[in-house]
Design a protein around this ligand. Structure first.
Ligand SMILES: Cc1cc2nc3c(=O)[nH]c(=O)nc-3n(C[C@H](O)[C@H](O)[C@H](O)COP(=O)(O)OP(=O)(O)OC[C@H]3O[C@@H](n4cnc5c(N)ncnc54)[C@H](O)[C@@H]3O)c2cc1C
Length: 470
């Protein structure tokens, strides 16, 4: 049952019963904070849940799951609402909003962080960097830790330390029947395997325990930009530079119009640029030596690669992807950067239809590849790069042309790509087959069996869904 129409007396009676069981708030469509709470990072997603439960702890989550189950309500789960497909929300459903649960606790001696599911990576970096510690995260600090970790997760430190989920020590979660479980390598190990890559299919995680590593607090990192008309030469350089990079170096190439970011010279704002960004996870001195070939390459229009706080570098790309704009992405894995891939990027990127759009080529490999492929449900460890064509615009009526450009670019790239996809980059319009492409057949079967064991009725189904095995 969905709560529809949301204003009927029956619905109100049901919601009032749930409200009485909560410490957190229950927001109805008429409440002042409802509109703000239903907004996600992607402004294209405009859905109206019947109600929003703003949980303050695991007890609220458990109560809500039990209640929704008892009343046959459709639920959705929201961490920080950054999923491109907007899976955190559905019309007329009950949204379980975890964003108020955003505490981070660090044990510097054990090098462990315990993080609640409503935190973002900026929250984690802030607390862990007090002790010069970090775990591999995403490259935008406002991204939610929960969805990212459960889908696998990668960022600047991943070539050195693996996927985010490779650094997960345990989770606490509430299952579809309201049971509270811990999953780790030694406790409910099969479930733990599936939670690291299988997304939000198996329950609602109420806390994540991460392994931390010594990083920074000062790292050699930043972005070096060249005019877009040099894209061919810059991408060729990037191919060789990144292929020879040590695992401590995270790298990406970007093609876009330079944003009006404070760290960029005013004269290049709005100009088409191609750039290489890096972050060296070891000492500043070693980092200086490793980035030297890049520092010596060509004549940049801006060079921001220098020693800086790791927390600062973690926010480098934030201003380019603010919440509320309209976004449409397509993504592919690449086994390498071929001449054809470079030609395709150089042809399509300069024709981007919006000045807010960006094309990112992010390097994987290193430690990600050294974990066995079956270490967890997180997949495609053999990919060398992930390409994201990220269209972004402000005016809703413009969607058609930006989506068309993205799809045309994507169609040109697909024959050059590996065929799979990162589950956290699957878009709203991509369907079940694309979700399957996020895993190989063996993993899909194992995930479906786990789903049948932990969520046989597919209670958690507003997500990149794994159907329970029959
Ligand atoms: C600007 C931007 C940058 C990004 N950069 C990276 C990157 O560098 N690396 C990377 O790996 N990914 C990246 N991503 C993708 C990111 O991993 C996903 O968008 C992820 O879903 C974000 O997590 P969230 O908690 O904010 O998601 P939400 O939108 O809140 O939730 C998405 C889904 O996750 C599940 N979920 C959320 N919380 C829980 C929970 N506590 N328990 C169970 N299930 C839950 C639910 O199924 C939910 O539908 C980026 C996304 C954006 C928008």
């Amino acid at each position: 049952m969905i709560l529809h129409p949301p204003t009927t007396a029956t619905t109100e009676v049901v919601l009032a019963q749930l409200e009485a069981r909560l410490h957190g708030r229950l927001l109805r469509p008429a409440d002042a904070d409802y509109d703000g709470a239903r907004r996600l990072w992607n402004g294209m997603i405009d859905r109206r849940p019947a109600a929003i439960v703003q949980c303050t702890g695991a007890a609220d989550v458990t109560e809500t799951v039990k209640f929704a189950r008892q009343h046959g309500l459709l639920v959705t789960v929201r961490g920080r609402g950054h999923n491109i497909a907007g899976t955190a929300i559905a019309d007329d459903a009950l949204m379980i909003d975890l964003s108020l649960m955003n505490e981070v606790w660090v044990d510097p001696d054990e090098r462990v962080a315990i993080v609640q599911p409503g935190a973002n990576w900026g929250d984690v970096d802030r607390e862990t960097q007090v002790f010069g510690l970090a775990t591999p995260s995403g490259i935008v600090s406002t991204t939610g830790i929960a969805g990212l970790t459960l889908g696998g997760g990668f960022g600047w430190l991943s070539r050195q330390y693996g996927f985010t989920s490779d650094n997960l020590l345990s989770v606490d979660l509430v299952t579809a029947d309201g049971e509270f479980l811990t999953a780790s390598e030694t406790e409910n190990a099969d479930l733990f395997w599936g939670l690291r890559g299988g997304g939000g299919n198996f329950g609602i995680v109420t806390s994540f325990r991460y392994r931390l590593h010594a990083v920074g607090p000062i790292v050699m990192a930043g972005l070096r930009l060249y005019p877009m008309d040099q894209a061919d030469a810059v991408l060729r350089f990037y191919r060789d530079f990144s292929a020879n990079a040590p695992d401590e170096l995270g790298t990406l190439a970007v093609l876009r119009m330079a944003p009006a970011a404070p760290f960029l010279p005013k004269e290049i704002h709005g100009q088409p640029v191609v750039g290489i960004a890096v972050c060296y996870a070891g000492s500043v001195e070693d980092g200086e030596r490793v980035v030297q070939p890049l520092k010596a390459f060509g004549t940049p229009v801006s060079d921001g690669i220098s020693p800086k706080p790791y927390t600062q570098h973690q926010t480098l790309l934030d201003s380019g992807v603010p919440a509320g704009r309209h976004y449409y992405w397509k993504s592919e894995y690449l086994a390498g950067i071929s001449d054809e891939s470079i030609a395709t990027l150089v042809h399509h990127a300069p024709q981007m239809t919006s000045p807010l759009t960006s094309v990112l080529l992010f390097q994987l490999g290193g430690a990600i590849r050294r974990f066995p492929e079956d270490a967890s449900a997180a997949s495609h460890r053999d990919a060398a790069y992930v390409l994201n064509i990220q269209s972004s615009w402000l005016d809703a009526t413009e969607a058609g042309r930006h989506v068309a450009w993205t799809r045309e670019f994507w169609a040109a790239v697909r024959p050059l790509a590996m065929g799979g996809v990162y589950v956290n980059f699957v878009g709203e319009d991509e369907g079940a087959e694309r979700v399957k492409a996020a895993y190989d057949t063996e993993k899909l079967q194992r995930l479906a069996a786990l789903k049948a064991q932990y969520d046989p009725t597919n209670f958690f189904r507003v997500n990149q869904n794994i159907q329970p095995a029959r």
